[in-house]
Design a protein. Structure first.
Length: 241
């Protein structure tokens, strides 16, 4: 095992761009060795280089969260390299533009569920044994306000997936708080990332920024171990004209 120590380790899925990268940067500033995962190795390398240039400690693992075998192998590699995972941030996921009943096709429904819901489960299932063995751990699931309130704007598949993330998180706390493992759902409204590049600029100007979500994640992670934050909803404040 190459690099085991008391260094705290945070694993962020979908960590090479957008919200995930902002979370990685925030937790690196908080003193964590951050391990980011995503499908694109070039993007992961570039993100790690940027984190290192800013003084952070970073590593990466290539994986598709929708593939259980890749998630399990990625988790094993993180533990082999660093000996522990103190924080898991399930951030990976996406939505589709054709998201309402009259537009959505089954293949896209399956893909959205796989990335947002199944992928969250796979990562949690992979990391739980080591967190239980350590008697501590924090899991942050990045969901959405679409997981709290039913709206056609979020779309069928995405809303179903994010509601599932909320339920999964509640069940985790019921089961794992006694083992020292706490779970928080961070539920942002719309966030201005490249996934929303198709929207008009005036709409994007009214959205949250990735850093807003990252600060909420850091708050949940840095809450003292004797306390647990179960849910944080982050919405854009109305702009003053």
């Amino acid at each position: 095992m190459a690099e085991q120590s008391q260094q705290r380790v945070a694993w962020i899925t979908g960590g090479s761009t957008g919200i995930g990268f902002a979370i990685a940067r925030e937790l690196a500033q908080a003193g964590y060795l951050v391990v980011i995962s995503a499908r694109n190795e070039d993007g992961l390398r570039a993100a790690c280089a940027e984190l290192a240039a800013a003084g952070g400690k970073a590593d990466y693992v290539v994986m598709d969260v929708a593939r259980r075998d890749e998630v399990e192998e990625g988790c094993r590699r993180i533990l082999a390299r660093h000996g522990r995972i103190d924080v898991l941030v399930n951030n990976a996921g996406f939505n589709v533009k054709a998201r309402k009943w009259d537009d959505l096709v089954p293949e896209e429904f399956d893909a959205v569920i796989a990335a947002n819901l199944s992928g969250t489960f796979y990562a949690i299932h992979a990391v739980l044994p080591s967190m239980r063995a350590n008697g501590a751990g924090t899991i942050v699931n990045v969901a959405s306000v679409a997981g709290k309130r039913v709206s056609l704007d979020g779309g069928v598949a995405y809303s179903v997936a994010k509601h599932g993330v909320f339920v999964m998180s509640q069940l985790l706390n019921q089961s794992e708080l006694r083992n020292g493992i706490r779970t928080c759902v961070v539920a942002p409204g719309g966030v201005d990332t490249r996934a929303h590049a198709w929207r008009p600029q005036e709409v994007r100007n009214m959205m949250l920024k990735p850093e807003d979500v990252a600060r909420a994640v850091r708050f949940a992670v840095e809450t003292p171990p004797h306390a647990a934050v179960f849910e944080i909803e982050v919405c854009a404040a109305p702009r003053r004209g």
